[in-house]
Design a protein around this ligand. Sequence first.
Ligand code: SF4
Length: 137
Amino acid sequence: MDRDHNEQNSKNVKSKPYKLLMFTCYGGCALGVAASKACIRLWEENPDDIKIGCLPAVIVPWKLKEIIRNSEKRILIDACAIRCGFKLAEKAGLTVNRYIELTSEMGMKKVKQIPSRELENEVYQLIKSEIEELFVN
Ligand code: SF4
């Protein structure tokens, strides 16, 4: 399928505006995996209001417009201080209502391993409370 066809198909699908789009760097480290799993769980728990946004897609101009048009608020989570998601968003012009860099926020080092259940839960609770805060403000 060619690019124009894919673009047209995507434009033909009527997207509803989400209360919140969540973007995460999907980093290959404990906090990155925990954040990815937390975002999936939060989407599963709130399918009508929340969705994971496609972070790499922000470099495609028409996708960026669609992302902004279809979301009331946006949160971006980076797992470590390299802040890849932040840099990509900044370069593409994606604005967010809340930004979290997890190693600083949680006072933890980047560890290149699968997260424990405890860490997954801690990251989930942190992102969940940030989202609840965004919903009331
Ligand atoms: S911010 Fe850190 S964890 Fe996330 S993609 Fe970049 S290097 Fe990996």
